[in-house]
Write a protein that binds this ligand. Structure first.
Ligand SMILES: Cc1cc2nc3c(=O)[nH]c(=O)nc-3n(C[C@H](O)[C@H](O)[C@H](O)COP(=O)(O)OP(=O)(O)OC[C@H]3O[C@@H](n4cnc5c(N)ncnc54)[C@H](O)[C@@H]3O)c2cc1C
Length: 427
């Protein structure tokens, strides 16, 4: 099994853009070149703005290139919690998430990005009877809100017996996120946008008249700044306190699996699945004939986030999950493992707002940013360019940069994992 320090989806490009050097002036600077930041700059440039992108490493090489590749309309965690505690925002959030999927599909066409996208829909499935009732209750709320989904029985979905059924979202699907992120990077580099890679922003200061951004090799002066640095948000002191907590998500990919073995496992439809645990598990096939399994056990950072390889114990836990859900594939060996960092907000919802009069934060799409981070980036760019605040942006916008400490910490993550295993055992 090969452990990757970044992603197993694609090879790392060899050419990096040069870092910022000396003094650089621009109208708008964007910090963080993930899919969120890249869409922010692309949209700002479409509006004719003079924009500069600063990326610590290589654009797209953070969570954007490492995720499971689900283009999903899921927002937040449990729809019942969303409808109950965020009733005022609920419909806006659901519309935001739904539009984000269509927006990102259009984006692939617009930039001719070949990222193996398959419009499969996604099944959020229970693996125990008690989970099934909860999933159905949540599903009814989403269906009533107009989400293009249906409540399904696993036996009708061509999925293995372990997946009892739940809610099948007809929109969205799966892709190779590495190809998608690098495709967007190509679009950014081909544009007139000034892009500095290898440029970690160490400090952002809003002086009232302008904003300065310091890196180890140079300084950028901008009229406005957008922060799209996801899991690294709290490393900048201008970021609102408690905005998000960085957690590491792990993925494994198996060796090639013969189609006949998938059929024998009952996975005749190849529909991608996520489970409805407190911390989900995800299972999908790839065009290269492998299976990618993610999440299940999240990890906190002790100290600064770096491109650490996944932890062996978490990889072993993912393999255990795979063996449990797919017992007939007992001889299929895991071939790759990697991990990435995401920011989890206290509400587990995407958020945006002003960190200071000239600095907007636009980050923390939690585990659903593949569609939502680009869409949010484009909405923020439109807002900056005087297009007014779109209803979908209103749904995530926070009038004040104030957040309560979230529930995510090492202990609660461990408890969630234990609760999920208890649920499995009861099932
Ligand atoms: C294993 C895994 C599985 C996942 N599965 C899915 C999935 O299937 N579907 C889904 O929708 N989402 C999934 N996610 C989440 C999804 O990947 C993220 O929500 C999404 O990529 C967020 O995009 P982003 O642009 O906000 O962040 P990122 O891609 O993390 O980009 C942030 C960028 O900011 C840069 N940066 C940080 N600090 C600084 C600084 N100070 N100066 C300059 N640059 C900086 C980083 O280097 C990085 O490139 C998963 C994530 C992981 C890790």
């Amino acid at each position: 099994m090969k452990y990757y320090p970044s992603t197993g989806w694609v090879d790392r490009p060899t050419h990096l853009e040069a870092p910022v050097e000396g003094e650089h002036h621009c109208d708008i600077a964007v910090v963080g070149g993930g899919v969120g930041g890249m869409l922010t700059v692309l949209r700002l440039a479409e509006h004719g703005r003079d924009v500069t992108l600063l990326e610590s490493d290589l654009c797209g090489w953070g969570a954007s290139a490492r995720n499971a590749g689900y283009l999903s309309s899921t927002v937040g965690s449990d729809p019942r919690i969303l409808a109950k505690y965020y009733a005022g925002r609920f419909h806006g959030l659901v519309r935001f998430a739904d539009s984000a999927v269509h927006f990102t599909e259009d984006l692939m066409d617009h930039h001719s990005i070949d990222c193996d996208y398959e419009q499969t829909g996604i099944l959020a499935s229970a693996v125990t009877p008690s989970q099934l009732e909860a999933v159905k209750a949540g599903a009814r709320i989403l269906i009533d809100a107009g989400i293009d989904s249906e409540i399904v029985d696993g036996r009708d979905m061509g999925v293995p017996d372990a997946f009892l059924g739940g809610i099948y979202a007809r929109i969205g699907g799966i892709m190779n996120p590495g190809k998608f992120a690098l495709g967007l990077r190509d679009a950014v580099l081909a544009s007139a946008i000034t892009t500095f890679e290898q440029s970690r922003v160490l400090d952002v200061k809003d002086t009232g008249d302008s904003v300065t951004l310091d890196t180890s090799s140079g300084r950028v002066h901008a009229n406005q700044v957008v922060l799209t640095n996801n899991a690294h948000a709290k490393e900048l002191s201008i970021t609102p306190r408690w905005l998000s907590t960085p957690v590491q998500v792990t993925a494994i990919e198996t060796e090639q699996v013969a189609p006949s073995l998938l059929d024998a496992a009952g996975w005749t439809s190849r529909t991608p699945m996520v489970t409805r645990h407190m911390v989900m598990e995800s299972y999908r096939t790839t065009p290269r004939g492998t299976i990618v399994v993610t999440t299940r056990k999240l990890k906190m950072s002790r100290g600064k986030i770096t491109d650490r390889q996944p932890e062996q114990a978490i990889v072993a836990d993912l393999i255990r999950a795979f063996r449990t859900r797919f017992p007939t594939l007992h001889d299929v060996q895991p071939a790759k493992a990697w991990a990435g960092w995401i920011g989890i907000t206290p509400s587990v919802l995407p958020v945006a707002g002003y960190a200071s009069p000239r600095v907007i934060y636009n980050s923390a799409c939690n585990g659903h940013g593949l569609a939502q981070a680009p869409y949010l980036g484009s909405l923020v760019a439109d807002y900056i360019c005087g297009k007014g605040m779109h209803d979908h942006l209103k749904a995530v916008w926070r009038a004040k940069p104030k957040f309560a400490p979230g529930l995510v910490n090492s202990q609660t993550l461990q408890l969630a994992w234990l609760a999920d295993r208890l649920t499995d055992r009861r099932g």
